[in-house]
Ligand binder design. Structure first.
Ligand code: HEM
Length: 465
């Protein structure tokens, strides 16, 4: 009797689980969709995706092909691992794609943030953005600020054990704050940094606005950041002084053809800080790691930077010609971004029902343009798991059609050259001033984001000792 009851229970649980698993399949059943599985109600396959990471993608691709359906991060999603389709989606936003970033991110970054706007508004905001992070502004205004910042930030690292993950995060944040609001940056950086870190966490959380949730803290942090920035705008307007920084240029009437409201200006500034923060800090941290493990690369990059210093006095800053001369450093940065895959892919949403590669994709479905695997494609990158910056010299790889480390099409990263300038200047002062070794034992996770959960500790000593 007991055995029979046990068997009945097992059968019931099995039937219940099967029904739950069928729920999403039935709910999202449409004619013409690619194959794939939709997982559990509400959660879909998010747990498998986050736990198994790239292996989840590879397993699904082996079963269903380069394009498959799933339900991850709260949405029915088409995952594309097809290089041609990925390129098509990025290059053809006007054919019915919009950014598909999570609601929490859009709410916290603001309705004028670049990922929330489309069409002509996107074009205008992007123009305004490029006017303060593009090559001319980098050369005339930003590079001197970055140089001054890096010299000071890296001035007392010798004879210490430091957590390079924390240091590069601080660096990315403080360096961009200096570029945004040069004069005020030193007085506002502490309250701003506290709020900024909360804002970042909030964008990666579920949009549940209850006290205590990361989303709630994120929204609160947004309010406080708006407050800090609005006060700067007010003070600057009252003083009539000229400021040679991003805010100064955005506020200037005559020189600047982009006229933005205060709300737009503030959302643009938040966008710049947010987009450049994790990308720049993580690439810098991983470059330090790869350089330590590849002495030949470290030797060559040092040679490049000492050559640049040869013609300079100690106090002479890095200028644009020096940046141009840092060819090997640029190659190290690309190789770091490729091998570590700092960005796994980008998200889009369909704005109407559409046909893609013969599949029918309903309006409002998310498309995960998953570009990670292309970084390890042996046809593009010989011996793809080896850290080999020399492969980038000569530039042909940077201009190949599947180079999507910085995205592509109308949303291709506008901060690419600024990011490279910041990381290059950081590496310049780091490798010419210091030697370092890893303390050991620190783990680096590669998915869903590249991070060292307990920090990455290095023992630093002066190079000249
Ligand atoms: C160096 C490391 C960087 C990497 C690997 C990187 C990567 C990317 C990628 C893949 C995209 C495309 C996103 C999409 O299509 O949805 C993107 C867009 C963007 N990036 Fe970067 N980025 C970097 C640095 C920066 C910096 C330093 C800034 C700002 C100063 C920045 C600002 C932006 C902005 C505003 C967008 C959105 C553009 C638009 O929607 O039109 N990025 N970035």
């Amino acid at each position: 009797m007991v055995i029979l009851f046990g068997i009945l229970c097992v059968i019931l649980v099995f039937c219940f689980c099967s029904a739950l698993l069928r729920w999403n399949e039935v709910r999202y059943m449409r004619k013409g969709l690619p194959q794939g599985t939709m997982g559990w109600p509400i959660f879909g396959e998010t747990t498998e995706f986050l736990k198994q990471g790239p292996n989840f993608m590879k397993t699904q691709r082996a079963r269903y092909g380069n394009v498959f359906k799933s339900h991850i991060l709260g949405c029915p999603t088409i995952v594309s691992m097809d290089p041609e389709l990925n390129r098509y989606i990025l290059m053809n936003e006007a054919k019915g794609f919009s950014p598909g970033y999570p609601q929490s991110m859009l709410d916290i970054l603001g309705k004028c943030n670049i990922a929330a706007v489309h069409g002509s508004t996107h074009k205008y905001m992007r123009g305004a953005l490029l006017s303060i992070i593009g090559p001319t502004f980098i050369k005339d205004q930003l590079l001197p600020k970055i140089d001054e910042f890096m010299r000071i930030h890296l001035s007392d690292w010798g004879n210490k054990v430091i957590n390079i993950q924390d240091k590069t995060k601080e660096m990315a944040f403080l360096s961009s704050l200096k570029q945004i609001a040069g004069v005020e940056s030193s007085s506002i950086h502490q309250p701003f940094m506290k709020e900024f870190f909360k804002l970042v966490l909030g964008t990666l959380s579920l949009p549940i606005n209850l006290p205590g949730t990361s989303y709630h803290h994120g929204l609160q942090a947004r309010k406080n950041i708006i407050d800090i920035l609005s006060k700067i705008l007010e003070k600057r307007r009252a003083s009539q002084e000229t400021h040679l920084d991003m805010l100064g240029y955005l506020m200037s009437g005559s020189e600047n053809k982009y006229k933005l409201s205060d709300e737009e200006m503030i959302d643009l500034i938040i966008t710049i800080m947010y987009s450049g923060y994790e990308t720049v800090s993580t690439t810098s941290m991983m470059a330090v790691k790869y350089l330590y493990h590849h002495p030949k690369v470290l030797h060559q990059i040092r040679e490049e930077h000492f050559r640049i210093r040869e013609g300079k006095k100690l106090e002479d800053p890095i200028d644009c010609n020096d940046l141009k001369a840092m060819k090997f450093t640029r190659a190290v940065i690309f190789e770091t971004s490729r091998l570590a895959t700092i960005v796994n892919g980008v998200l889009r949403k369909t704005t109407h029902d559409m046909e893609l590669n013969g599949y029918l994709i309903p309006k409002g479905w998310r498309i995960y343009v998953y570009t990670r695997e292309i970084n390890y494609d042996p046809f593009l990158y010989q011996d793809p798991l080896t850290f080999n910056p020399w492969r980038w010299l000569g530039n042909s790889l940077e201009s190949q059609r599947h180079f999507l480390i910085f995205g592509g099409g109308s949303r291709k990263c506008p901060g690419k050259e600024l990011g490279i300038a910041e990381i290059s200047t950081f590496l310049h002062y780091f490798v010419t001033r210091y030697r370092w070794e890893e303390v050991g034992g620190d783990k680096v996770m590669k998915f869903p984001r590249v991070e060292a959960p307990n920090g990455l500790h290095i023992r630093v000593s002066s190079y000249s000792n």
